[in-house]
Design a protein around this ligand. Structure first.
Ligand code: ZN
Length: 507
């Protein structure tokens, strides 16, 4: 009864406050677009209207995979919560940009796109089915990408990603394939693309699915690429290095760069790869087009690990800052666009158990991603402990070290959930039930680890609805030449046309 009254009371307040919030948001968005139209873009005093501005010679496209407003706002609230007890927002660099738009992400077959159809839309302006890369839904016709048009126009091309270079989002700028999982075929297309700079994660199948095909790294070398895979060799690259294929020295899950949470301070970051791209590509009369993907925001959200996602959004923002610095020193010829390809996880700010409160400072206790906890603690424990001797208590110190989660302070219900998940994790892979309730509880992930991050996130006031993508629109931000094109509410296929128009490409 009390709970009901309490809820009803809060609900009444919540409704009126959400109406207020919508009104304020509308006012802000309207104000933002007015600002975008009225203000010069870069402080240079230039008129940035389409007619008066010149061609965007240096173009950056940043794609936060799985990044919509929940991921962005969580990073902002987290940064605020770490520095102050006050309610407020510490803006990321890219949310301060003068132009903000909203972008729909549905594909040819579903409201909930995957990364292959999403990148096809962004890179070629065409809708296709999930899983298909730069081909029509019938998989017979292939589409030319913005990077290919730009390359033909003499621009140098850079493709940077924190996940493997043959993964859907980076591949979407140079490859066409009926299936995004044709990793070898995609990697071969990379080696033959002629693009000037590939950097970040590795390749999933450099010698084919069965390891018996021609080595793609060798193929790239034969095509004139300089291959580097150490920090020292990477740092030594100077303008004039020629075409470069740079793979991070440290690779984590599935050939990707480590999560920002797990990156050692001396290892290369997404910002480092962006910065080197600028250094290598900028000396070119026709300029460059560089796509930079924060690919593991998506992976962290699939696993419902808000800590890992938030730190990767911050690393992504640091990479954007490299472009914003470049734009400042090259006013009137640079365009920087930031978008997401879809939302992942149905992440939200608010959880039933914490109602109107959030405790984002708790996210700061997490020192490792879910995947690092698995490889450092859970997998070795599973390997070395007979099932009948395994007890959750053995892992509590490692859980506390990785996540700051103190068993002593958990509720009875949370302890029970953790114990149950531990039992599931200790079961044989084959025995593990695939029943609906098991999927709803843990997705396809290690039950114990997912349960830990879920409890952590719920305690912080962060909720999840899925281990897959969702269909909400994403946000697109822009600054620079023709920034005004990115104002408003539009589809992801329009991003292709807007960029092509800003770059004055002949389609
Ligand atoms: Zn995904």
């Amino acid at each position: 009864m009390i709970l009901k009254n309490n809820l009803t009371g809060k609900r009444g307040w919540g409704l009126s406050s959400s109406r207020f919030f919508i009104a304020v948001t509308v006012m802000l968005l309207t104000g933002m677009s007015l600002f975008a139209r009225a203000q010069p873009d870069d402080g240079s005093g230039r008129n940035t209207s389409t007619a008066a501005a010149g061609r965007a010679k240096y173009v950056f496209l940043f794609i936060g995979d799985g990044m919509a407003m929940s991921q962005i706002s969580s990073a902002e609230i987290y940064t605020t919560a770490r520095s102050s007890k006050d309610i407020g927002i510490t803006r990321l660099g890219f949310t301060r940009l003068p132009v903000a738009g909203l972008t729909t992400t549905y594909d040819a077959g579903t409201f909930i796109t995957d990364s292959a159809s999403a990148v096809t839309a962004i890179a070629t302006g065409n809708k296709t089915l999930s899983g298909v890369l730069n081909m029509d839904p019938g998989k017979t016709k292939s589409f030319k990408t913005i990077a290919e048009y730009a390359h033909e126009a003499g621009m140098k091309i850079g493709i940077v990603s924190s996940v493997t270079l043959d993964h859907a989002t980076p591949a979407g700028f140079f490859a066409k394939a009926p299936s995004r999982s044709s990793y070898y075929d995609i990697a071969v297309q990379m080696a033959r693309s002629g693009f000037e700079y590939f950097a970040g994660g590795g390749l999933l199948q450099p010698r084919g699915k069965n390891g018996d095909q021609a080595d793609v790294i060798q193929m790239a070398a034969d095509a004139g690429y300089r291959y580097v895979n150490t920090k020292a060799a990477f740092d030594a690259l100077k303008p004039g290095a020629g075409k470069v294929l740079a793979i991070n020295a440290v690779l984590q899950d599935s050939g990707s760069m480590p999560y920002e949470l797990d990156r050692r301070p001396d290892d290369l970051s997404l910002a480092d790869y962006t910065s080197k791209g600028v250094e290598l590509l900028q000396d070119n009369p026709a300029g460059f087009f560089m796509m930079v993907e924060g690919g593991k925001i998506d992976w962290a959200c699939h696993a419902n690990d808000a800590g890992a996602a938030i730190h990767d959004v911050i690393a992504f923002d640091n990479a954007v800052k490299v472009a914003l610095d470049f734009a400042q020193s090259h006013p009137g010829e640079t365009l920087v666009v930031i978008t997401g390809d879809h939302e992942t996880g149905g992440m939200t700010i608010g959880f039933a158990g914490t109602q109107y409160d959030t405790f984002f400072d708790k996210v700061a206790l997490q020192k490792k991603s879910f995947i690092a906890f698995n490889s450092d603690a859970l997998s070795p424990y599973k390997k070395n402990t007979p099932k009948d001797q395994a007890k959750l208590a053995d892992l509590l110190p490692a859980i506390k070290e990785a996540f700051g989660l103190d068993y002593e302070f958990l509720s009875g219900f949370q302890r029970e959930q953790l114990e149950f998940a531990f039992q599931r994790s200790m079961g044989d892979e084959i025995e593990r039930p695939v029943a609906e309730d098991q999927y709803l509880l843990y997705g396809g992930y290690e039950p114990l680890t997912v349960k830990i991050t879920q409890i952590m996130n719920q305690t912080a006031g962060i909720g999840w609805t899925s281990y897959a993508h969702t269909g909400v629109p994403v946000s697109t931000f822009a600054v620079g030449v023709h920034q005004e094109l990115f104002d408003g509410y539009y589809d992801n296929t329009d991003i292709f046309r807007k960029m092509a128009s800003a770059m004055n490409l002949n389609l």
